[in-house]
Write a protein that binds this ligand. Sequence first.
Ligand code: 13P
Ligand code: SF4
Length: 336
Amino acid sequence: MAEAAELTYSPEVARATRPIYERMKRVMPEVEWPFHAPLVHEINRLKRERNAVILAHNYQTPEIFHGVADIVGDSLALAARATETDADVIVVAGVHFMAETAKLLNPSKTVLIPDTGAGCSLAESITSADIRLLRERYPGVPVVAYVNTSAAVKAEVDICCTSGNAVEVVESLGVPRVIFLPDEYLAKHVATQTDVEIIAWKGHCEVHERFTGAEIEDFRGRFDGLVVIAHPECPPDVLEAADFVGSTARMIDFVAEKRPPRVLMVTECSMSDNVAASSPDTEFVRPCNLCPHMKRITLANILEALRTLEPRVEIDPALAEPARRAVGRMLAVKPR
Ligand code: 13P
Ligand code: SF4
């Protein structure tokens, strides 16, 4: 097996990876491809040898998203599609909670996260002890947890949700009030879409909380006909200033269906790159904010994970059973 440092951009690699580069040429200068191509080529070869699949979140960089991923999507799609694979090995190109969810749904498979430090400020904002205190304070009120939580937190809650199904999940419980955690802004957004009373936690996404409504209005003033689509982890003034609010997958569908001439995607940077690669009719107005956790995943550490079958995601069996139940209940909720 070749080490990453030994891989070269040979004529064979150049020829074999040309169709892959074609998919992302609108967002990657050709001069960069010789650096990525040998890794892409070796990862795709090793995937076959290992019977492995790569699940990549929409925030992964184009060389991962378009170059080596087998399944791409938002947190909901990655969780749902993780249950369908017959691969022996699942590599999660995303953050740790996504890899834990994949492991919960595939307890007998090897699940790898190329960098165990790929965390999430929302997942870190709440612990299982906090959930127990909330239950004492609000007896009998069901707890809905965004999937951006640890397996230990999922094990304490009634049901999970993602930004793609939060309203449906809350309403599926048939109760007048729910505790919704940890994202305060997603909770507030859900509260605008339902009559169910929402008790929120005060967690925030460190990437989305940096956007402001004033910044959006400033962009509107500078770019005629700008369509603004925002992720619901953004603060309320940003969501009020947006034309459409949805999960990363719904943002992608919005651009594919409506084909706006000019769009501002108020979310993580790589989203615009990944969507721009296949949306020649749309101009993408940046800026964006980078998620430092998502960016810990690289072609080099994906290759290393496939080579060594490490680092593996393991979940304490005592937590796995109740956490799997909360994720399973979410997957059973019918989408609208
Ligand atoms: P999505 O489920 O919408 O992809 O969001 C996940 C996430 O971490 C956004 O910051
Ligand atoms: Fe977590 Fe925010 Fe990064 Fe998503 S973008 S993984 S919510 S820190």
